[in-house]
Every structure is written in C-alpha cells, then in structure tokens.
Design a protein around this ligand. Structure first.
Ligand code: NAD
Ligand code: ZN
Length: 342
C-alpha cells in the first residue's frame, strides 16, 4: 500500500510502498479516506530534536484521519464492516491504575499512532477496536479527519466552566482557533485570542473570537479596557507553548482564575510563581483527549450548531503531500487535508 514515511533520519517524508498492516484479534482495519497534517507531523518533517529522539526509522507517520472499517479482528464486537470511523491516537496499556479506573487519558504507558507505531498517512491503518470511534452521517469526512486536534481543543476548552466567563486564549494555531469557536458555542462572554500571525488571527475571528489580538502591535491591557473588562480573565487556555504568551496570561488573569495548559513550553522555562500563589490561580495540564467523553462532546457540539468549517483551509491529494506540508510550514494555513482515496 502507499504510505508517507520517514525513510531515513533527516528532513522530509517520502511517499513509498509498505506492507498492509496485520490485523490482530482485537483490531479493526481502517481504509483511510482523508488525513490531516498535525503540528507534530511538521516536527517530524523538520526532524527536530524531539522527532529525532522519538520517531523510529523507517516508519510511516500521521494520526489525524477518517476512513471505513474493512476488516474486523475475531474478538471485536460493536463494529461492522463499512462503519465510518476516526480513532483515538493514544494507545493505552489497559493495566495501569488509571486505565483500569476508566481514566485512560491519564495512562502512564501511552503509545502514539504515527509516533511510536505506524501511522495513518497510508491506505490502511490497523487500530485496536477500543480506539475506533464511529462518526455519525451528519459529520463530514473533512471534520471527522480533524477529530484528534478538535479533541485537544475540546478537552482544553471544557476543562473549566466557561459560561458567562471572560476567556483568554494564547495561540491562534488550529487548536487555539477551534477552542475560540468552542468557547463561544458553550456561552463564554468575551473570547480574546492572541497570536503574532495575522492570517491565523483572521481565522480565529471567523471562528468566533470576540477579539483577536496581534501582540506585536497591541497590548492586552488596552484590549481589556476597550472590552470594559474591569478585573481580568476568568479562564485562560494556553495553546501556543510560547513562554512570553504564558507570562502575559498570568499577568492578565483575575484572582481565582483557572488556566488549562495544552501548549508545550520549552523544558526549564521559569515563571514568577507569586503570580500563581497570590492570585490563587488553578492550573491544569491537558494531554490528548478524554476517552471517550471528549469524543462524545465533539459530536454533540457539531450537532448543536458548532461550525468549524473555516478551520479547513487546504485540500490536496496524498500524492501532493509536499504542497500540503509547504502550506503548513508557511504559517498561512489552518488545517490541511490529504485525500487518500484512489
Ligand atoms: P501551532 O504551532 O500551530 O500554534 C501555536 C500558535 O502560537 C502559532 O499560531 C504561533 O504563531 C502562536 N504564537 C507564537 N508566539 C506567540 C505569542 N507570543 N503569543 C501568542 N501566540 C503566539 O500549534 P497547534 O497545533 O495549534 O497546537 C497548539 C499547542 O499545543 C502547541 O504548543 C502544541 O505543541 C501543543 N499540543 C499539545 C497537545 C497535548 O496533548 N498537550 C496536543 C497537541 C498540541
Ligand atoms: Zn495505562
């Protein structure tokens, strides 16, 4: 089958032929229709320090996808041939304390599809059936292909009650922009999002941000005055991984504010802890998606009118993957879809 693989340590990926994956007793085999390119795939493309330390070579990558089930392992129930599915990319161990308590997103032995094991940038993906998630007919293939990052946005945005609250999102990448849409959808008052990239700020505005702020030109305190925000933000969603963004968030939070952190800052990054302590801030780390509460909420929000369609900005055939990665590398893109259907 065709697959997009890292064939040797170094920059780029290659469209190549690999064996179709074996289907274990507890697996389903998914024929991939569409995939999306994640920021993680861009790290793998660039072969940065994290990627060279993490990704086995040779291996095909990718973990955002939709497809249909074409084969079912003999122990699997609850799925049928032809079911349209996406899937949770975190493969959990099933035996640690959190897994056994149903808190699989806190598994200490998680392995990643397209990171620690072969991925979805291919014609077929074998996946443990417990990780597959059926997609209702009224959700498009394009949106189903981005359930993984939409799930990051959902898990983070719904970590704290947003109803009537003033929300600050730092980072208007695809995940931050989707979080802005979710925050508005569930009833936040002001949703202010920051970035340094005007293309992405425009995208966040189209997705529903009250105010999209380019921090190279505007100051958050000015914006807060303009919005007549007397005290500070109630909830912060950190979605940039950039230290200065998190520092400004700490500055602008109200006392008793709550922060959900998805963005991954560089190791060893230090802050002024008195901001956390004297303001009584609550900070929660977010990893992946809750299995499968986040997935059910994603479907429910789409079915109750959440419109994420503007986040998908580019479509390419899988053969044109280079153009897809160029769009991602340019910073002038939301989500980029690769189509694997022949
Ligand atoms: P992204 O890199 O596309 O988006 C980050 C955005 O932050 C970019 O648009 C960038 O321009 C912006 N930015 C740069 N400097 C800024 C500043 N000073 N202030 C505000 N914004 C600034 O990433 P993404 O795919 O949207 O993911 C968001 C973050 O979440 C990344 O850090 C990613 O590594 C992380 N992530 C974490 C998990 C998890 O499970 N914890 C999962 C997926 C992604
Ligand atoms: Zn576990």
């Amino acid at each position: 089958m065709r697959a997009l693989a890292k064939l040797q340590a170094g920059v780029g990926l290659t469209l190549t032929q690999v064996d179709r994956p074996a289907v274990g007793h507890n697996d389903v085999l998914i024929r991939i229709r569409k995939t999306a390119i994640c920021g993680t795939d861009v790290h793998i493309w660039k072969w940065d320090e994290w990627a060279s330390r993490t990704i086995p070579v040779p291996m095909h990558v990718g973990h955002e996808y939709v497809g249909e089930i074409v084969e079912i392992g003999q122990e699997v129930s609850g799925f049928a041939i032809g079911d349209r599915v996406s899937g949770e990319g975190h493969i959990t161990c099933g035996y640690c304390r959190n897994c056994r308590a149903g808190r699989r997103h806190l598994c200490r032995n998680t392995r990643g599809v397209g990171v620690d094991r072969p991925g979805a940038f291919a014609e077929y993906l074998a996946l443990p059936a417990v990780n597959a998630f059926k997609i209702p007919d009224d959700v498009s293939d394009d949106l189903a292909a981005i359930f993984d990052p939409y799930g990051n946005a959902t898990h983070t945005a719904l970590a704290f009650d947003l109803v009537g609250e003033d929300v600050l999102i730092t980072g208007a990448g695809p995940i931050g922009a989707m979080a802005a849409a979710i925050a508005r959808h569930v009833g936040a008052r002001n949703v202010v999002i920051t970035d340094v990239n005007d293309y992405r700020l425009d995208l966040a505005r189209r997705l529903g941000a009250t105010r999209a702020v380019n921090v190279t030109r505007e100051s958050l305190p000015d914006v807060m005055r303009e919005l007549r925000m007397a005290e500070g933000f109630d909830v912060g969603l950190e979605m940039s991984g950039v230290p200065s963004a998190f520092v400004s968030m700490l500055e602008q939070m109200n006392h008793g504010g709550r922060i959900a952190m998805l963005g991954i800052p560089p190791a060893g990054f230090g802050i002024d802890w008195t901001k956390v302590i004297f303001k009584g801030l609550e900070i929660k780390g977010i990893y992946g998606r809750e299995m499968f509460e986040t997935w059910y909420k994603m479907v429910a929000m789409l079915q109750s009118g959440l419109d994420l369609s503007p986040i998908i900005t580019h479509h390419y055939a899988a053969d044109d993957y280079r153009a897809g990665f160029e769009a991602m590398l340019s910073g002038q893109s939301g989500k980029v879809i690769l189509d694997w259907t022949p």
